[in-house]
Write a protein that binds this ligand. Sequence first.
Ligand code: ZN
Length: 313
Amino acid sequence: MLTVGVDIGGTSVRAGVTDRDGTVIATAAAPTAGDAAGLDDTVVDLVRDLAAEHPVVAVGLAVAGFVDPDRRRVSFGAHLPWRDDPVAERLAARLELPVVIEHDANAAGLAEHRVGAAVGASVAVLVALGTGIGAALLIDGAVFRGAHGVAPELGHLTVVRGGRPCPCGKRGCLERYCSGTALGRAAEELIVETEDFSALRATWERAQPVTGRDVARAAERGDLLAGRVVDEFADWLGQALALVADVFDPDVVVVGGEVSASSALFLDRARRRYTEEATGGAHRRLAEVRPAVLGGRAGMVGAALDARERAGV
Ligand SMILES: [Zn+2]
């Protein structure tokens, strides 16, 4: 018995047939359509193509947006056309298969808990560092979503009053200091403030935004300015981990998302800062901080495992 996980992001839809161990057996992908009917068609076409070749019994969707607590409707996604939309019923009717929806960070957290870095954890937190911060909290293996389905929202905790502006409308949100985007912005700030030589200066002078990947690559090559930016990022991450430890007291924190591919650059420093910043950190047991193991497939795999658990197969 196999299930399909469909990761629906702002630019692409990626579907994978997955077994009970979380192994992806076959994949298919297409661009994200800009209208609701078109996005429905994309999901249906991808799942049908995969189901024609494999014995698929259920479908899970991981969406970059808010999902109603009953997990049948997508209420809002900044880069998705579905609005307060009963997506699960509609797709289930067309596919003639059970369909369940999950927020993409929750799906990734579920995947890491079932088959990844947090197997066996009683309280697990996923901190996914990419464009922003995605976060998931699992208690005794179950996703905790809060009373209204939006917890935990770590990325928009205000950490600097009047700090960097955030697309959410506030200033000083954690993800403005601790994400892939933040790496790029911090490098640009330092380029403007200093005369220091850096390979990133040329990137910036070509009027391109400096990306987190640019910074990570430069730091790996020993660029001093990039190294300063990464160290500062690591300190913010350590502070974020201390917040997580103080609020949730987990046994495992998984650091995932695109930026975690470069975790060798910053994770040790972040762990040190985390131990210093967590309240009474030297006198209590603290969560182990581990890099994610499922990479870019975490959302897809988590959605597929979620569908399997919901369908009871
Ligand atoms: Zn914000």
